[in-house]
Design a protein around this ligand. Structure first.
Ligand SMILES: Nc1ncnc2c1ncn2[C@@H]1O[C@H](COP(=O)(O)OP(=O)(O)O)[C@@H](O)[C@H]1O
Ligand SMILES: [Mg+2]
Length: 452
């Protein structure tokens, strides 16, 4: 039997040019460092001789490498170049549009779940093309999976995460200890980690938040984290509503008011908050301010309500109507006066939470739900059909939810968890800061807060 041998195509000027261009495009970043250094060496060598020039160039390179910023830039460039080549090889295995119109890797960085590449798509291609080859890319790089996320600002940019680890797989993630002097309320507070394992921070300023999900999904746990984070600022005052009376009870010591299941007391409390809101606006008016700012005459007020339907859909219809009207007013008008409303509800459907309240809440967190419809009642209708449904969160994944309000699309979040000991520790810290604050007689809105 005759064996057939394929003879390699003869090297023509065209194939040579093509190979050269491909070499330059694969090693362009390295060449942009090597060519200037080589050029400088040759110029120097003409003037001072080969060996002295070599020592001079080596000396300058070593000196440059001693500068941390230079090393960092070099590391970024080399990593990017390395991934550009690897990704190019991965795409050359494909036969679709992306093989001809290859996206360019414009960023590569390590994230806790693996490596995140930022791709710049070429005209004629779309994110759906990248999503369709994600499973093949995962096989090529031998990783767990590949996640594709669009850039909310620029449709031509896509983040492609090659996940080698599941950051959610290792169970609960404790809220890290606060750094000395941190007062987060006016900046961003820590909420949890995202799918890449990176910390998710949120601003609650001038916003209200609603978390929902089935019983035991992590709603109250998330309220604890919110209180703990805002509470680091001693000027934040807390008004806690907890129909069970046990869930938020640990924070009672440092809260201004704590309301349980008494509807009359709950309405009285909301009326007081409304009065305070009016007073605040009068003060702001007299100071010629349009809204409360850091360093202003008063601190933020956090109104935290667990099991919201208990108050707004109570069997005492009159009382719950009053509660809903007052709460709507506080959410709608209170923002500029520094009032933040943080709520949790099992199933915030229209029959339990009036849409007049729900629609005003911009931060939504959907923990595990049993149906796509239930997930949509938290995030807003239509998200489940776009592929974001909290019903797809596994039953055992407590504290994992879809967060809407940080980016344009929901992101998967594992909320931080605080155990009883961590809560107790934070309560003591909050009380200490609040006592010190009063003792020094300062609103203490400027400067850093000194830890003991
Ligand atoms: N972020 C979290 N990470 C891991 N486990 C959590 C988290 N939040 C809550 N859990 C677990 O789930 C249990 C129920 O949480 P909880 O917040 O009380 O649920 P819900 O208020 O939704 O009924 C908690 O006792 C805790 O063990
Ligand atoms: Mg609860």
């Amino acid at each position: 039997m005759q064996t057939q041998h394929t003879t390699p195509a003869p090297e023509t000027p065209e194939t040579f040019t093509k190979s050269l261009l491909s070499f330059v495009s694969r090693w362009g970043l390295e060449l942009s460092v090597v060519i200037p250094v080589g050029g400088a060496y040759l110029l120097l060598a003409r003037k001072v001789g080969y060996w002295p020039a070599a020592w001079l160039v080596i000396g300058v390179v070593v000196l440059l490498l001693l500068i941390p910023q230079v090393r960092e830039v070099l590391r970024i460039v080399l990593r990017l170049s390395h991934w550009m080549r690897r990704f190019d090889t991965a795409l050359s295995m494909q036969s679709g549009i992306l093989e001809q119109r290859r996206p360019k890797v414009v960023g590569a960085k390590k994230v806790p779940s693996g490596t995140r590449l930022t791709l710049s798509l070429r005209s004629g291609t779309a994110i759906s093309d990248v999503a369709s080859i994600a499973p093949y890319i995962a096989v090529h790089f031998k990783v767990r999976n590949v996640r594709v996320k669009p850039d909310p600002q620029d449709a031509s940019l896509v983040d492609l995460t090659l996940c080698t680890k599941d950051p959610f797989g290792s169970g609960p993630v404790a809220l890290p200890e606060h750094e000395a002097g941190t007062r987060l309320a006016w900046g961003t507070i820590r909420a949890g980690i995202d799918e890449d394992g990176s910390e998710v921070r949120l601003s609650l300023l001038e916003r209200s938040s609603l978390s929902g999900g089935e019983p035991g999904s992590g709603k109250s746990g998330y309220l604890h984290v919110n209180i703990a984070e805002l509470g680091l600022d001693p000027t934040v005052t807390f008004y806690l509503f907890d129909p069970k009376g046990v869930e938020l009870a640990p924070w009672r010591r440092c809260a201004s008011k704590f309301v349980t299941s008494d509807m009359k007391a709950a309405n009285k409390q909301l009326a007081e908050i409304e009065d305070e809101m009016h007073l605040r606006y009068e003060t702001l008016q007299s100071l010629g301010l349009r809204k409360l700012q850091e360093g202003g005459p008063f601190g933020l007020m956090a109104v935290v309500i667990d099991e919201l339907p208990y108050y707004v859909a109570n069997s005492d219809k009159e009382a719950s109507k009053e509660f809903a009207t007052r709460l709507r007013d506080i959410i709608a008008r209170g923002r500029a006066s520094g009032i933040i409303v943080i709520t949790a509800a099992q199933k915030p459907s229209v029959d339990t939470i009036p849409s007049a309240i729900r629609d005003l809440i911009s931060l939504r967190l959907a923990f595990r739900c049993s149906t796509r419809e239930a997930s949509d009642t938290i995030l807003g209708s239509g998200w489940a059909t776009k592929g974001f449904s909290a019903s797809e969160i596994a039953i055992g994944d407590r504290g994992v939810g879809l967060l809407l309000g940080k980016d344009d699309i929901p992101i998967l979040l594992r909320a931080y968890l605080m155990n009883d000991e961590a809560i107790e520790k934070r309560v003591s810290e909050m009380c200490r800061r609040r006592t010190a604050d009063t003792r020094e007689g300062l609103p203490n809105l400027n400067g850093t807060w000194e830890d003991a």
